[in-house]
Design a protein around this ligand. Structure first.
Ligand SMILES: [Zn+2]
Length: 404
């Protein structure tokens, strides 16, 4: 039995997906062997954290070739501008504010803080995306954040008013050390907030493609509240976010007895109503995943039997779980269209579907397109009005397979 990475209690398995390749390792040479690991999701009945049972070495995933640049999405640009505005307002009355962001990526958020002249530091383990942030005037420390790193930052810069991270906390296996680091680095009156895909949404929508190597944790308010307590912090607010198919932002303060918003009560009660505090809440998840996968495969089989072309839109990391578990390869999807230069010309991990440019997709205009980047659906449907007017149809799969 695998053990909980937070409290060492034995994990209960929610679903096993079998052998998976590294989700972001697009293949350039089909003759070389790929690395596979066993992807399983577990629930800790003691601290209530949902997590991967086996983790992949971070060096395998976040290497210098790391291909995800946040700033490519317009919707994400707007989201992070708003986050920066909120931070600027909240530190405006501080005498010498200091803002630390964990997982700065290409500086999509912190560049706004830098532009306003607010002292800041971004901690980013990927050297190439970190370099892109530096070009935007952002101060970057290329390192994995943990308690040791936190002590070093405190010695060199002092404590922080705000520590934040978007889509980063769920990636870090040794989250106990990160929370210890936050407690060390945060001023007594400071605030720590982070946002990640929300477990309630994943369970309710059956959006199982969020489950892949890079996402070690699937946070709920219940689990975050307990994790915070273990590290001398307190969950004081929860605010849902319309990104990544439904994220949650958690606000934490030091100590206990801080004012807590009604939102925390509301979401914790809702999570309990969904039984996310017991294995029962996850009982039908695998069955629902299996149904989506067989429906998805059958829809593609039928289209191909009719001799029609099928493309996919967005060579996302998360689509690896969907494609492998549904057994969908180049026989059912002709190519995946993507705008990321480092992915074009390569093949999807494990399934080996060719990745082609967005221009290729526009020229080809296939009758069917699988919307792998479904979390950007609204933005993509608006952008692709011409394609749809010309008869092109998008296939989506959460909470059920739909052609529109
Ligand atoms: Zn646990």
């Amino acid at each position: 039995m695998d053990l909980c990475k937070i409290c060492d209690h034995g994990l209960e398995t929610i679903i096993s997906f079998g052998e998976m390749p590294i989700s972001n390792r697009f293949v350039s040479d089909l003759t070389t062997d790929e690395f596979f690991y066993d992807l399983s999701l577990g629930f800790c009945p003691k601290c209530l954290m949902v997590q991967l049972e086996n983790c992949v070495d971070p060096d395998m995933m976040f290497n210098p070739d790391y291909a995800y640049f946040s700033s490519i999405s317009r919707a994400m640009e707007g989201h992070f501008k708003e986050m920066a505005d909120e931070i600027i307002v909240s530190v405006s009355d501080r005498p010498r504010p200091f803002v630390v962001e964990l997982g700065t990526n290409d500086g999509i958020m912190l560049k706004h803080i830098a532009e306003r002249g607010v002292p800041h530091l971004g901690v980013e383990p990927s050297a190439n995306v970190g370099a892109s942030a530096r070009e935007k005037g952002v101060n970057i420390l290329v390192e994995f954040f943990n308690s040791k790193c936190a002590s070093e930052i405190m010695d060199s810069h002092g404590q922080a008013d705000i520590i934040c991270g978007a889509n980063v906390m769920c990636h870090i296996e040794n989250i106990n050390s990160v929370f210890d680091g936050v407690r060390i680095l945060l001023k007594p009156e400071g605030e720590f907030f982070f946002e990640d895909p929300y477990l309630s949404n994943i369970i309710q929508k059956t959006s199982f493609d969020q489950i892949y190597d890079e996402h070690v944790y699937y946070f709920s308010g219940l689990a975050v509240s307990g994790l915070a307590k273990r590290h001398g912090l307190e969950l004081v607010n929860m605010v849902p976010q319309e990104v990544h198919g439904g994220s949650m932002r958690y606000y934490l303060k030091k100590g206990s007895g801080n004012p807590v918003t009604n939102n925390v009560d509301f979401f914790l009660s809702q999570e309990k109503a969904l039984n996310l505090d017991s294995l029962e809440g996850y009982a039908s998840f695998k069955e629902r995943v299996d149904k989506i996968c067989s429906d998805f495969r059958n829809v593609l089989l039928k289209i191909k039997a009719d001799g029609k072309r099928v493309a996919a839109y967005g060579a996302t990391s998360k689509s690896t779980t969907l494609l492998i578990y549904s057994k969908v390869g180049p026989g059912l999807i002709d190519y995946v269209s993507d705008t990321t230069p480092t992915k074009i010309g390569k093949y999807t991990p494990g399934t080996h579907i060719p990745v082609k440019s967005y221009e290729h997709f526009l020229g080809d205009s296939p009758p069917y397109t699988v919307l792998l980047a479904w979390n950007h659906k609204a933005e993509i449907l608006e952008k692709e009005q011409e394609y749809r007017k010309g008869g092109g149809k998008f296939i989506t799969f959460f909470p059920e397979v739909t052609i529109e």
